[in-house]
Ligand binder design. Structure first.
Ligand SMILES: [Mg+2]
Length: 271
């Protein structure tokens, strides 16, 4: 415990993955709000992170508030917002087609990009793919035609599944898989974790260096891997998708976390 307290004192910045760390679906994880408040009291910088691009950052501010966690929009990074930051640098005038949810479209539009409708998908430079729980054949068809007409595929992330109250559900990987399977084009760029893109952008948002930063997540293949590759301290919590058995298998590999906690509440020393 003392070791953990020393570590927390030494770090200035915490990247908190949200799904499986602060909540599962709409159900908050017990004590998460208190743990975030504890980090705030200690003066830590926080970036709330998610690979889920289905909602805008503003929607996450509201979601966290419902769970008793106050947060500013400028503290939140989704793979959708990370796509905005990435595209602004690479192709600020790009025209896009989105195979994803309204939140992803809204984020890209707010970011200054033109998002074209189905019947003009053939004119776009990029197809941006994300979690899409209302995916239709028409949307898939428009996306595939855009890719066949020369657009590049950008994946917000490749998560096969994500945890909900009722179990695992298909993630953005399903959308990307459908587009790739039909067009023969793989995404050249993956924005979300474990790609180092999102970690780099989050470090820039916080104004922090890797050495002083920890990432807290529930998934070895994304949170922990991305954190390790970027040189962050990696903390796994067991409230999400990773079982103790998965953890055993990861021992000695590049997916092994520095620290394992049963829940984010274990951060609160002397609770
Ligand atoms: Mg997670």
């Amino acid at each position: 415990m003392r070791k953990l307290a020393n570590l927390i004192n030494r770090l200035s910045t915490f990247f908190l993955d949200m799904d499986g760390v602060l909540y599962r679906g709409e159900a908050p994880i017990g004590g998460a709000a208190q743990a975030v408040a504890y980090l705030r009291r200690k003066g830590k910088k926080i970036v709330f992170m998610t690979n889920n691009a289905a909602y805008t950052r503003r929607a996450y501010v509201h979601k966290l508030a419902r769970m008793g966690i106050p947060a500013r929009e400028s503290e939140i990074i989704t793979s959708g917002y990370a796509a905005v930051l990435y595209l602004r640098k690479r192709a600020p005038h790009a025209r896009l087609y989105v195979v994803g949810e309204p939140g992803l479209k809204a984020e890209l539009r707010q970011g200054g990009f033109e998002v074209l409708p189905d019947n003009r998908a053939g004119e776009v430079d990029f197809v941006v793919a994300g979690l899409d729980r209302t995916l239709t054949y028409n949307r898939l068809e428009a996306g595939v035609r855009a890719l066949l007409a020369g657009a590049e595929l950008i994946a917000t992330n490749l998560d096969a599944t994500y945890p909900t109250e009722t179990g695992l559900s298909p993630g953005a990987g399903a959308t990307v898989g459908a587009l790739s399977g039909s067009s023969g084009k793989q995404p050249k760029v993956v924005i979300g974790k474990p790609s180092p893109n999102m970690i780099k952008l989050a470090l820039r948002m916080a104004g922090s260096r890797p050495k002083e930063t920890a990432i807290l997540g529930d998934k070895l293949a994304t949170d922990i891997r991305a954190g390790r590759e970027a040189g962050l301290t990696t903390i796994l919590v067991l409230t999400g998708v990773t079982s103790k058995r998965d953890l055993k298998k990861a021992k000695g590999t590049r997916l092994a976390p520095d620290i394992v906690l049963s829940s984010i509440t274990d951060l609160v020393v002397g609770k």
